[in-house]
Design a protein around this ligand. Structure first.
Ligand SMILES: Nc1nc2c(c(=O)[nH]1)N[C@H]1C(S)=C(S)[C@@H](COP(=O)(O)OP(=O)(O)OC[C@H]3O[C@@H](n4cnc5c(=O)[nH]c(N)nc54)[C@H](O)[C@@H]3O)O[C@H]1N2
Ligand SMILES: Nc1nc2c(c(=O)[nH]1)N[C@H]1C(S)=C(S)[C@@H](COP(=O)(O)OP(=O)(O)OC[C@H]3O[C@@H](n4cnc5c(=O)[nH]c(N)nc54)[C@H](O)[C@@H]3O)O[C@H]1N2
Ligand code: SF4
Ligand SMILES: [Mo]
Length: 733
C-alpha cells in the first residue's frame, strides 16, 4: 500500500458521511423551501444531480449541480467540501452561466494574413501547430517552448505532461502575478510555501493585505465570523478599509508597500522586551542572533515614518500578540500585500514567518498550522509512466533563483521571447496578456513569438494575440482528474461532467492535449482516457472514480491534524531559518532587512493598488451578464481616493477623473472615502476588458495592468504589480 493510502475503514468512515450528505442534498436534508424549489425547477422534467467543482476561482469549491432535462438549473454548495462547506459565493453561481454564454468559442481558429481569425478544422489546427512545434524544436531545442496555465485539476496535469513529453521544462503557473513571492519567501524561512492560521480558535489574528470578505473562499469567511463571535482580536492591516472590517476590531491603514517595516518593528519590540518564545527559538531555529542584531535598526519610531502607523500602535500590537501567543499569528495572506506586489514582497513573506516563530505558535491551537495533505501514489500501469525529466532548467530559474520551480516566473518566459530564447508559447486557462504585467509590453513580447496557441472558452485578450485559438469545453461539460486538498482533514474532490457538450466542436482539455501530443509525435504518453487515469489515481488512496462520483468529496480521516505535534521544517537546515544561505546567494540579506519599494509616490502622486471585489474573479467573470449587472447597479468600477486628498485635488464623490502615469491614461468615476490611506489610489482589478468579442465586459472600467510598468522582483521574479504611481485629476478641471 502506498504511503498515501488510507485504509478501507477510514475511507468508509469518510464516505459514509459524504454519502449521507449527498442524499440529503437531493432528497431530505434541505428545508421545505429548498425541496419545493428543487421540485418547481423541474417542471415535471427529469432531475439529475452531479457533483462538480466551481471554476470561477482557484478555490474550486465543491457543489451539487441540479440538471433538469439536460440543463443546469441550480447549484448547492457541498457541505462536506472543505472550501465551500455548503456555501458558494456569487461568482460561483454567476460563472456557471459560462456554459451557455453567447460569447463562447465554438471552433478552432487560425489568424490569417490580415490578422483576422478564421475557423479551421481540429485536424488542420493540430497538424499546423505540430509542424511549427517540430520546426522550433529542430532549430532551437524543446526549451524554446513554454506553457502558462492556471492550475486546474486536469489542466495542470495535461499541460505539464505535454511539455515534458516534448522535452521542455518551461511550465509556469499564473503565480508570478499571484502569490509567487509569498510562497517563495515563506519557503526560505519555514520550508513550505504556506501555512494555515487557525483563525477560528485564535485569540489574535492579524491580516496583512488579506481580505476574506471580498477575496472570498466561503470556509474562510465562516472561520473569521466564528473568531469574531468568540471575541478574538482581529486586526486588518490594509491601506484600504476593506469589507472584512465587519468581522474585525481594528483597521490599521498602512502606507502600501511598507508591511515589511511593520513586521520588522513588531519583531524588534518582542526581541527587545524578551517577549518571545525563547525555548522554541533555541530548539527549532538557526540564525536568530544575526536577525536580532539587524532588528535593532527597526524600532517602532523608525517604522512610524515609513508605514504611517504611530509608533505606540506598533508597540501595542506587538505586546498584544505576546499576550495572546501561542493562540495568535499573522495570517499567511494570499496576494494583496506581498503575493507579488513589490520589490520587498518575498522578504515580507519571510519576515512574517519569522515573526510567527517568535510567537511560538506553530501547530498550536489558535496559532499557525502545518496541515496535512494527501496525493495520488505511484501508478503501476505503464501507460501512466511519466515522460523523461527534461534536461534543461526552466527559463528564468537562473535570473530568479528563489522563485519556486513549481510555479516559475512566467514573465521571464515572456521576456525570453525578446531575444528568441523562447519561440513558442501555449496558454491554458490563462489570460496573461490582460493580467500578469504591463499589457502593452506583454503584447509586444508575445508578438515576437513564432507560435502562440491559446486554449480558452472565450476570446480573451491573450487569445486575441494568438496564432491559433482552441476552444475548450466549459468546466461543466467535462470530467476532470481528482483534486487533492490539504487541510485539518485532508480531502479529495471531483469535478464530474454535469451537462452534455453545448457546442459540438469544442473539446475537453484532456482530449486537446492528448491529440496535440499525438500530432507532435509524443502520443505514446497519452494513450488513456481521463476517466481511466482518475480511477487509477483514486485507487492509490483506497478510492475509486465511481465512489467519488457518488459523494463528490472524500476525507482522509486517518491523516487528521493534531494540535501540538512538532512541526517539520523542510528547509535545508530542517529548522526555521532566520538566516537563509539561498537568499544571501541570490544577493539578498541573509536575515530579512528593510527593502524599499522600487518606486515611492512623490508630490501629488498616489500608489496604484488593486484588490478583489466579491462578485468578480480576475478577468474571467467580467463577461458574465448577471455579475456585470451588479457592477453597473452599484457603480463598482470607481477608483477609491482618500477624502482629504480628494478635497485638495478638487474631486467630489462621483466625479469623473483622469488617472494617468508614464504607461497609460484613462477615465473613470471616483469614490471619495475616508476608508483609504492618503498615499494610495485603489482600482478594482476586474475591469477594462479590451476584447470586443466579450460583449458584456468590453471597455467597462479601467484595467490596473495598463498602468503597471513591466518590472520583476529581484531574486523572486514576482510581477511587482503595485510598483506603480499615478496622478489623478478631475476631468475638465
Ligand atoms: N487585471 C487583473 N490581473 C490580475 C488579477 C486581477 O484581478 N485583475 N488577479 C491576479 C491573480 S490573484 C491571479 S491568480 C491571476 C489569475 O490569472 P488567470 O489565471 O490568467 O485568470 P483570468 O485572468 O481570470 O483568466 C483566466 C482565463 O481562463 C479562461 N477560462 C475560464 N474557464 C476556462 C476553461 O474551462 N478552460 C479554458 N481553457 N479556459 C478557461 C478565461 O476565459 C480567461 O481567459 O491574475 C492576476 N492578475
Ligand atoms: N472575489 C474574488 N475572490 C477571490 C479571487 C477573485 O478573483 N475574486 N481570487 C482568488 C485568488 S486567485 C486570490 S490570489 C485571492 C486573493 O486574496 P487577497 O490577497 O485577500 O485579495 P486582494 O483583494 O488582492 O488583496 C487583499 C487586500 O490587500 C490590500 N492591499 C493592497 N496593497 C496592500 C499593501 O501594500 N499592504 C497591505 N497591507 N494591504 C494591501 C487591498 O486593499 C485588499 O483589500 O482571492 C481569491 N478569491
Ligand atoms: S470561492 Fe466562489 S468563485 Fe471561488 S471556487 Fe468557491 S464558489 Fe467558486
Ligand atoms: Mo491569485
Amino acid at each position: 500500500m502506498s504511503e498515501n493510502a488510507i485504509t478501507r475503514r477510514s475511507f468508509l468512515a469518510g464516505s459514509a458521511g459524504a454519502v449521507a450528505l449527498t442524499a440529503a442534498a437531493g432528497y431530505m436534508g434541505f428545508d421545505a423551501w429548498e425541496q419545493a424549489h428543487a421540485d418547481d425547477a423541474s417542471g415535471g422534467g427529469e432531475t439529475k444531480t452531479v457533483h462538480t467543482l466551481c471554476n470561477a476561482c482557484s478555490s474550486k469549491c465543491g457543489y451539487t449541480a441540479y440538471v433538469v432535462n439536460g440543463r443546469l438549473t441550480k447549484l448547492i454548495g457541498d457541505t462536506d467540501h472543505p472550501y465551500s462547506k455548503g456555501k458558494l459565493c456569487a461568482r460561483g453561481y454567476g460563472y456557471s452561466q459560462i456554459a451557455y454564454s453567447e460569447d463562447r468559442l465554438t471552433d478552432p481558429l487560425k489568424k490569417n494574413g490580415q490578422g483576422k481569425f478564421e475557423a479551421i478544422s481540429w485536424d488542420q489546427a493540430y497538424s499546423e501547430i505540430a509542424e511549427k512545434v517540430r520546426a522550433i524544436i529542430d532549430a532551437d531545442g524543446p526549451q524554446a517552448l513554454a506553457m502558462v496555465q492556471d492550475p486546474r485539476p486536469s489542466g495542470k496535469y495535461y499541460t505539464k505532461r505535454f511539455m515534458n513529453a516534448l522535452g521542455s521544462a518551461n511550465v509556469y503557473t499564473h503565480g508570478a502575478a499571484c502569490n509567487l513571492s509569498k510562497e517563495s519567501g515563506m519557503t526560505q524561512a519555514i520550508g513550505t510555501g504556506s501555512y494555515s492560521s487557525d483563525v477560528a480558535n485564535s485569540k489574535m489574528t492579524m491580516f496583512i493585505g488579506r481580505n476574506y470578505a471580498d477575496a472570498i473562499r466561503p470556509s474562510s469567511v465562516v472561520a473569521l465570523q466564528k473568531a469574531h463571535e468568540k471575541g478574538a482580536h482581529i486586526v486588518l492591516v490594509d491601506p484600504r478599509c476593506n469589507n472584512s472590517r465587519v468581522f474585525a476590531d481594528e483597521w490599521v491603514p498602512i502606507n502600501p508597500g511598507t508591511d515589511l517595516a511593520l513586521v520588522l518593528a513588531m519583531s524588534n519590540v518582542l526581541v527587545t522586551h524578551g517577549r518571545y518564545d525563547k525555548e522554541f527559538v533555541a530548539a527549532n531555529t538557526v540564525g536568530f542572533d544575526e536577525w536580532a542584531k539587524e532588528l535593532a535598526e527597526y524600532p517602532p519610531e523608525w517604522a512610524e515614518g515609513v508605514t504611517g502607523i504611530p509608533a505606540d500602535t506598533i508597540a501595542r500590537l506587538a505586546m498584544e500578540f505576546a499576550e495572546a501567543a501561542p493562540a495568535a499569528s499573522i495570517e499567511p495572506s494570499w496576494r494583496g500585500a506581498f503575493g507579488c506586489s513589490y520589490e520587498n514582497s518575498g522578504e515580507t513573506a519571510r519576515a512574517i514567518c519569522l515573526f510567527n516563530t517568535l510567537l511560538g505558535c506553530w501547530n498550536q491551537k489558535g496559532g499557525a498550522l502545518f496541515t496535512p495533505s494527501v496525493s495520488a501514489g505511484k501508478l503501476s500501469d505503464e501507460r501512466f509512466a511519466d515522460p523523461k525529466k527534461p534536461e534543461g532548467k526552466q527559463v528564468g530559474a537562473a535570473e530568479y533563483p528563489l522563485a519556486l520551480s513549481s510555479m516559475g516566473t512566467n514573465l521571464a518566459a515572456a521576456q525570453a521571447a525578446e531575444d528568441g530564447t523562447v519561440k513558442g508559447m501555449f496558454f491554458y486557462n490563462s489570460n496573461m496578456a490582460a493580467g500578469y504585467s504591463n499589457t502593452a509590453k506583454l503584447a509586444e513580447l508575445l508578438g515576437k513569438l513564432d507560435l502562440m496557441v491559446v486554449v480558452d472558452v472565450q476570446m480573451s485578450e491573450t487569445a486575441m494575440l494568438a496564432d491559433y485559438v482552441l476552444p475548450d469545453t466549459s468546466y461543466l461539460e467535462r470530467l476532470e482528474l481528482p483534486e487533492f486538498i490539504g487541510g485539518k482533514v485532508p480531502a479529495v474532490a471531483l469535478r464530474d461532467q454535469v451537462i452534455d457538450v453545448v457546442h459540438p466542436n469544442t473539446r475537453p482539455v484532456d482530449r486537446i492535449f492528448s491529440e496535440l501530443a499525438e500530432a507532435c509525435g509524443v502520443g505514446e504518453y497519452f494513450r488513456f482516457g481521463v476517466d481511466e487515469l482518475a480511477d487509477a489515481q483514486l485507487q492509490t488512496v483506497g478510492l475509486s472514480l465511481d465512489a467519488l462520483k457518488q459523494t463528490g468529496t472524500a476525507h482522509f480521516l486517518e491523516k487528521e491534524f493534531a494540535y501540538g505535534t512538532a512541526p517539520k521544517f523542510k528547509t535545508p537546515t530542517e529548522k526555521v531559518q532566520f538566516t537563509s544561505e539561498a537568499c544571501e546567494k541570490a544577493g539578498l540579506s541573509a536575515a530579512p532587512v528593510w527593502v524599499e519599494p522600487a518606486v515611492m509616490p512623490m508630490g501629488d502622486e498616489l500608489r496604484l493598488i488593486g484588490g478583489k471585489q466579491a462578485i468578480h474573479s480576475h478577468t474571467q467573470t467580467a463577461n458574465i451578464e448577471d455579475l456585470m449587472q451588479i457592477t453597473k447597479d452599484y457603480d463598482l468600477t470607481r477608483v477609491w481616493i482618500n477624502a482629504d486628498v480628494a478635497r485638495r485635488l478638487g474631486i467630489e464623490d462621483g466625479d469623473e477623473v483622469e488617472v494617468s502615469n508614464t504607461q497609460h491614461t484613462g477615465r473613470v468615476r471616483a469614490k471619495v472615502t475616508q476608508r483609504m490611506n492618503p498615499t494610495a489610489l485603489y482600482m478594482p482589478s476586474h475591469y477594462g476588458c479590451s476584447s470586443p468579442d466579450q460583449h458584456t465586459a468590453y471597455e467597462v472600467g479601467l484595467r490596473q495592468m495598463d498602468f503597471v510598468p513591466f518590472h520583476l522582483e529581484p531574486a523572486y521574479g514576482g510581477a511587482c504589480t503595485q510598483e506603480a504611481v499615478v496622478t489623478v485629476k478631475k476631468v475638465g478641471a
